[in-house]
Design a protein. Structure first.
Length: 428
């Protein structure tokens, strides 16, 4: 802890406020300077810079390390350029974060950093990095009774109420949990984002690349994600989402859900386009996970009984290397580890319809092209798989199209029954 006086001195010394002569004397530029050691917290300096220059201005992070030891909520941005040349490193004080991380607004999820506003232009030039120091989290979570969604474990960043904005060239290293949640946001482009959540000492868990909630017109282009969980996941009320020209390594692939977790609540995911994706050692290419109609516990780890539908999804030009499970998977029987028991796996009222997979090529360790475990109450309808050719290691073609409660298949015929059982990751 430093004294209030030394904090004031540091704040004064750590900023340069420049008024750039661009013809608009109102546009301010703030260069954030850090204390240079993780013994002192740069969060107050960062917040101060955004207060000064976060509207009609520019905030610049220099090519050096900044240390973030406390939560930051920056919700007031407007017409701002944020240039990140350096690295922001989050502190390793797990007890602090568990106690102080902020509510995301869905699933009782928490976050270390909230960014919101209109017309925000973040550029990190493929060098600027958010380093969550996740190695500490990955080792710690392994020692807990349940490793899924530990209360208070924070997302690296949450974009909340962010509109008409572009985030480009940003790198994420070892996020504390999910790399980012995007909620109540519209018209956001996330371009050329690199995520590496591979742990150095323990395997990472629950480190999704990105999750969208109550958001629309979100574009993910040119992403590279190394992780062990959902590469990108689209949750409740995500509409008009594009995922293009990206590479996913080791994770679970692109997920819809989990969804249907809130009893009697109506949620949809609609108008999703996935195009030109390379998968390397992921479990699936594309999968859907919904809860059953039976409510067991509360979010984040329990729930069920939700209503709604997934519709109008086109997933095409997929290139796989060593898929580990069914390329296209549906499970309507979501259950997380450490959560209460599951109900009836075929009674979900959440419906999956109008999904098309086309041009799926590459190699797989699984004989299943599809494993579709749908609800008997609201069967999956209008499911299309056009060109698909996956080769097994021995050179033969994967030929299994397993289905349960799928009506009106187009481009393929079901060859057998999908397994029925609870799962957090598709399949059983
Ligand atoms: C500061 O960095 C050192 C060395 O990386 C690390 O051991 C320590 O836990 C860090 N402290 C905080 C508060 O992040
Ligand atoms: C976390 O909160 C609890 C309860 O308020 C408190 O007893 C504990 O000291 C706090 N720990 C830290 C590291 O802030
Ligand atoms: C958070 O958890 C509490 C208690 O487990 C539950 O009652 C509540 O519905 C949950 N809230 C959200 C937003 O998931
Ligand atoms: C894609 O993103 C990477 C950074 O992850 C960058 O180096 C590369 O130039 C980008 N490619 C295009 C075509 O923008
Ligand atoms: C990702 O991080 C792991 C662990 O540090 C490292 O071994 C690997 O080389 C990194 N991958 C890339 C592409 O940077
Ligand atoms: C999703 O949107 C519908 C309206 O389309 C609304 O009734 C529902 O409450 C929303 N659900 C959530 C979880 O925001
Ligand atoms: C498919 O992936 C393999 C291995 O990553 C790569 O060699 C090949 O060029 C990719 N094909 C396309 C069309 O991207
Ligand atoms: C997971 O463990 C934590 C810590 O013991 C506990 O607070 C939480 O309720 C557990 N969640 C579930 C679903 O068991
Ligand atoms: C599960 O629910 C479905 C649909 O209501 C019903 O047909 C089936 O008999 C139930 N299965 C069990 C084991 O209760
Ligand atoms: C079936 O799904 C496809 C692709 O999602 C869509 O283009 C088509 O309109 C759907 N057909 C019906 C009858 O809804
Ligand atoms: C190739 O491997 C699959 C899956 O293990 C097996 O079912 C099939 O018989 C094998 N084909 C040949 C020609 O060995």
């Amino acid at each position: 802890m430093r004294s209030p006086i030394s904090t004031l001195v540091a704040l004064g010394a750590c900023f340069l406020f420049l008024t750039i002569a661009t013809g608009d004397p109102q546009r301010k530029t703030c260069v954030v300077q850090g204390g240079g050691t993780n013994a002192t917290d740069d969060a107050p300096h960062i917040l101060h810079a955004f207060r000064k220059c976060g509207q009609h201005g520019t905030v610049i992070f220099e090519p050096k390390d900044y240390y973030v030891n406390s939560v930051m909520k920056i919700s007031w941005l407007k017409d701002v350029d944020i240039d990140i040349h350096g690295r922001l490193v989050w502190s390793t004080d797990i007890m602090y974060w568990l106690n102080n991380s902020m509510d995301v607004g869905y699933q009782n999820q928490s976050t270390a950093f909230i960014i919101g506003g209109d017309n925000v232009r973040i550029n990190a030039f493929d060098v600027g990095t958010f380093d969550g120091n996740g190695d500490y989290w990955y080792q710690w979570i392994r020692e807990q009774p349940n490793t899924s969604n530990y209360p208070g474990r924070p997302h690296a960043v949450t974009f909340s109420h962010l509109t008409n904005s572009v985030i480009r060239g940003l790198r994420f290293l070892r996020s504390q949990m999910w790399t980012m949640s995007i909620i109540y946001s519209e018209n956001v482009i996330l371009d050329s984002i690199f995520v590496n959540n591979t742990g150095n000492f323990a395997q990472s868990s629950n480190t999704d690349g990105a999750d969208t909630i109550r958001s629309s017109h979100i574009t993910f282009n040119n992403w590279t994600v190394y992780n062990g969980d959902d590469s990108i996941a689209l949750k409740a009320n995500s509409t008009d989402i594009k995922i293009t020209n990206s590479r996913f390594f080791n994770g679970l692939g692109i997920a819809i859900g989990s969804i249907g977790q809130y009893k009697d609540q109506f949620e949809t995911v609609e108008r999703v386009t996935v195009d030109n994706i390379n998968y390397d050692n992921t479990l699936h290419a594309f999968y859907v996970k919904t809860w059953t109609a039976d409510q067991n516990g509360y979010p984040p780890n329990g729930g069920g009984g939700g209503l709604g539908y997934l519709s109008d999804v086109k997933v095409q030009n997929l290139n796989t290397t060593g898929l580990r499970g069914a390329a296209f998977s549906i499970s309507q029987c979501t259950r997380f580890s450490g959560a209460p028991g599951v109900g009836n796996c075929t009674n979900s009222e959440f419906q999956i319809k109008n999904v098309e997979i086309d041009r799926l090529f590459g190699t797989s360790e699984s004989t299943q092209v599809t494993g579709l475990q749908c609800s008997a109450v609201a069967p999956c309808t209008n499911i299309t798989v056009l060109e698909a050719n996956l080769r097994l290691t021995n050179g033969t073609q994967a030929k299994q199209y397993l289905c349960g409660n799928v009506v009106n298949t187009i481009g393929f015929e079901c060859t057998g029954a999908a397994c029925v059982g609870s799962s957090a990751t598709g399949g059983c």
